[in-house]
Design a protein around this ligand. Structure first.
Ligand SMILES: [Zn+2]
Length: 216
């Protein structure tokens, strides 16, 4: 057992808001970090902006995955299939603003700019806009699209997820409609976390871009 202080305990007793455009984005990018935050005593709310298809199935998958990570899930458009780009900008901003006003998060996790998927970029813009409502730490997580992007993702901090990699992988596997049922394997997400871990000398890690962070 390490005697080093758990830096994520800074959020113990606080609420952390993680925003994803679609079910599975958060699990793929920051599943290990969110599980660690939950285990450190934070209330973690995973907000899913849209479910593009297969509504019932993907709703159930999102709920099971969040439970696996010890997080709450908010499906913001749970009553219908849509994409983020189907929402008017003011609706999208209003959704994120509403969550910030309700939850008063100590930290937010957002998509990053390094995305070609328009839904991800729209979600990023709405999260950035919510900074005007007051102070919270703000981080951007890695691209979740399977396409390589030419826009750089440049993480400055790395979260050791060696203790939560199994929860992350289980949460990803709950999205069977996106992987197993399409004949797609999920093992490479474990390998990717291992590669990121290698940068900072741990078994598994997730990188984050820091938009703003207060050091008390
Ligand atoms: Zn997505």
């Amino acid at each position: 057992m390490s005697s080093r202080a758990d830096v994520l305990s800074k959020y113990a007793g606080e609420t952390v808001l993680a925003v994803g455009a679609h079910p599975d984005d958060l699990e793929l990018a920051v599943g290990g970090t969110l599980a660690r935050l939950s285990r450190s005593g934070a209330r973690v709310v995973m907000a899913v902006l849209s479910i593009p298809n297969n509504l019932q199935v993907r709703r159930a998958e999102a709920r099971k995955a969040a439970e696996t990570l010890g997080c709450e899930v908010r499906l913001l458009t749970a009553g219908r299939c849509c994409r983020v780009e189907d929402l008017k900008n003011h609706e999208l901003v209003g959704m994120i603003d509403g969550l910030v006003k309700e939850l008063r998060p100590a930290a937010m996790f957002s998509h990053c700019l390094a995305n070609l998927h328009l839904d991800h970029k729209l979600a990023y813009d709405a999260c950035m806009a919510s900074q005007r409502l007051g102070y919270f730490d703000l981080f951007c997580y890695s691209p979740t699209s399977c396409h390589q992007v030419h826009i750089p993702f440049q993480p400055q901090i790395y979260i050791d997820i060696s203790t939560t990699i199994e929860a992350k992988m289980k949460a990803i596997r709950h999205h069977a409609s996106q992987f197993e049922k399409r004949g797609l394997k999920t093992d490479h997400y474990r390998a990717a976390s291992g590669q990121v871990g290698g940068i900072v000398g741990v078994d598994y890690a997730e990188g984050l871009e820091v938009v703003r962070m207060r050091l008390n």
